[in-house]
Design a protein around this ligand. Structure first.
Ligand code: NAD
Ligand code: MG
Length: 389
C-alpha cells in the first residue's frame, strides 16, 4: 500500500485528489489530511479515508476537530506547526495543495522526509525555488508538477533532451474578464472576478486568473522548475483552456498537451507517474470543439506579466516579495479595500520599495530569510494600502 498525505485536503485540488484516491482506496494508506476552517469536511474525509491524523491550521478549531473525530481512533491536531509535523510523517507521496505561501514550510517538510511531492502549490517555487530544489536534491525527494501547465510541459518533455528545448508556451484562459474592455477592469468586483469561464478552482486562484497574477506566478514557477531562461517562457491567451502548454524544440516542432479542463488529469498523472493509468476525465471530441484560438497576452492590460519578468531578472528573494505582496493585495481586493487594477499597483510599489531598501540580491537563500521577507512584504503592502487607497 502506498502511504499518501494530502495537505490542503479540503480545498479544490485536495478534494479532486481524494476523489481519485477514493476510487482505489485499497491501494492507499492515507497518513495525514490537513485543512482549515471546514472542520466538517476534514473530519468526514478523514473518517471515510481512514486517515491516521487530521489537522486544521487553526488552533482555535482544535476542540471542534477533536470532537468530530471522537471515537474514531484518528488523531486530531491544530496549528501551523501541526500541519508541518503532519507533512513530515513518513509517506511515499504527498500532495501539496495548501493555498499561498502557507504551503511552503509543510511542502519542505515533506521533501525533507523524502516523499514524492505532488506540487500544486505554485507559491512554493515562486517564493523559494532554489531552496526547495536544493532540499529535494539533498533528500532525493522527487517533485512532480500538478499545475496543469507545468504537468503539460513535464509530459511533453518526457524522453526529450532539455537542451533541445527552445521555448515553452503557457496558455491562459484570460479568466473572468478576458472579453471586458480594459477601461472597465478598474470597476470589477471580487464576485465578478471569482467566476471562472472554464475551471472550477478555489476563490483566490480564480481571481488571480482574472488579473493574470496566476499566469505571472506560473511563468516564474516554470523558470524555477524547468531551469529555463525568462526569455524562453511565453504566455498566450487561449480562451478554450484545452491546450495547457506547448514545448518548442530546436527543430521547430511544437509539442502541445491537449485535454479537458479537469485537474484530475494533472493530479492523476502525478499520482501514477511514471505510469499512465486510466483517469475519469472527459475524452475530447475534436470535431465538436472545432476551433482552438490563441491571442496575445497584453502586458499593458496585465501588468502582472511584466512584473513576473522583473522578478525573474532580479532573482533572489524577489519572488517571495512578489508573492507575499500579491497575497496581501488580493486580501485587500476581496475585502473591497482596493480595486481590481490596484492590486498590481500595490505589488509593483512593494517590489520597488523593498528592492531599494534591502539589498535583497545579497540575501542568503534560506528558509528564515524567505519567511522574513514574506512577512515584511505583507507589512509594506499593508502600509501602502493604508496610505494610498
Ligand atoms: P482552495 O482555496 O480551494 O484550498 C486551499 C486549501 O488550503 C484548503 O484545504 C484550506 O483549508 C487550506 N489552507 C488555506 N490556508 C491555509 C493555511 N494558512 N495553512 C494551512 N492550510 C491552509 O485552493 P485550491 O484552488 O485547491 O488551490 C490550492 C493550491 O493549488 C494553490 O496554490 C493553487 O494556486 C494551486 N492550484 C490550484 C488549481 C485548481 O484547479 N484549484 C490549479 C493549479 C494550481
Ligand atoms: Mg495553472
Amino acid at each position: 500500500m502506498r502511504r499518501v498525505s494530502i495537505l490542503g485536503a479540503t480545498g479544490s485540488i485536495g478534494q479532486n485528489t481524494i476523489d481519485l484516491i477514493a476510487r482505489d482506496a485499497d491501494a492507499y494508506q492515507v497518513v495525514a489530511l490537513t485543512g482549515g476552517q471546514n472542520i466538517e469536511q476534514l473530519a468526514e474525509d478523514a473518517i471515510r479515508m481512514r486517515a491516521e491524523v487530521a489537522v486544521t491550521c487553526h488552533e482555535a478549531l482544535y476542540p471542534a476537530l477533536k470532537s468530530a473525530l471522537a471515537g474514531t481512533g484518528i488523531a486530531a491536531a491544530a496549528g501551523d506547526a501541526a500541519v508541518a509535523e503532519a507533512a513530515a510523517r513518513p509517506a511515499d507521496w504527498v500532495m501539496s495543495a495548501i493555498v499561498g505561501a502557507a504551503g511552503l514550510v509543510p511542502g519542505l517538510a515533506a521533501i525533507k522526509q523524502g516523499a514524492t511531492l505532488a506540487l500544486a502549490n505554485k507559491e512554493t517555487l515562486v517564493a523559494a525555488g532554489p531552496l526547495v530544489l536544493a532540499e529535494s536534491a539533498k533528500s532525493g525527494a522527487r517533485i512532480l508538477p500538478v499545475d496543469s501547465e507545468h504537468s503539460a510541459i513535464f509530459q511533453a518533455l518526457a524522453g526529450e533532451d532539455i537542451a533541445a528545448v527552445e521555448r515553452v508556451i503557457i496558455t491562459a484562459s484570460g479568466g473572468a474578464f478576458r472579453d471586458w474592455p480594459t477601461a472597465a477592469l478598474a470597476g470589477a468586483t471580487p464576485e465578478q472576478a471569482a467566476t471562472h469561464p472554464n475551471w472550477a478552482m478555489g476563490q483566490r486562484i480564480t481571481i488571480d486568473s482574472a488579473s493574470l497574477f496566476n499566469k505571472a506566478l506560473e511563468i516564474i514557477e516554470a523558470h524555477e522548475f524547468f531551469g529555463l531562461a525568462p526569455s524562453q517562457i511565453e504566455a498566450v491567451i487561449h480562451p478554450e483552456s484545452l491546450v495547457h502548454a506547448l514545448v518548442g524544440f530546436n527543430d521547430g516542432a511544437l509539442m502541445a498537451h491537449v485535454g479537458p479542463p479537469d485537474m484530475r488529469h494533472a493530479i492523476g498523472y502525478a499520482l501514477h507517474w511514471p505510469e499512465r493509468r486510466e483517469l475519469p476525465v472527459e475524452r475530447l471530441d475534436l470535431v465538436k470543439i472545432g476551433t482552438l484560438s490563441f491571442r496575445a497576452a497584453d502586458t499593458t492590460r496585465y501588468p502582472a506579466l511584466r512584473l513576473a519578468r522583473e522578478v525573474m531578472e532580479a532573482g533572489g528573494l524577489a519572488g517571495a516579495i512578489f508573492n507575499a505582496a500579491k497575497e496581501k493585495a488580493l486580501d485587500a481586493f476581496i475585502a473591497r479595500r482596493i480595486g481590481f487594477t490596484e492590486m498590481a499597483q500595490v505589488v509593483e510599489a512593494v517590489l520597488d520599495k523593498m528592492s531599494s531598501e534591502n539589498g535583497l540580491e545579497n540575501a542568503i537563500f534560506e528558509i528564515d530569510a524567505v519567511l522574513d521577507v514574506d512577512r515584511l512584504a505583507r507589512i509594506r503592502a499593508g502600509e501602502l494600502i493604508d496610505q494610498h487607497f
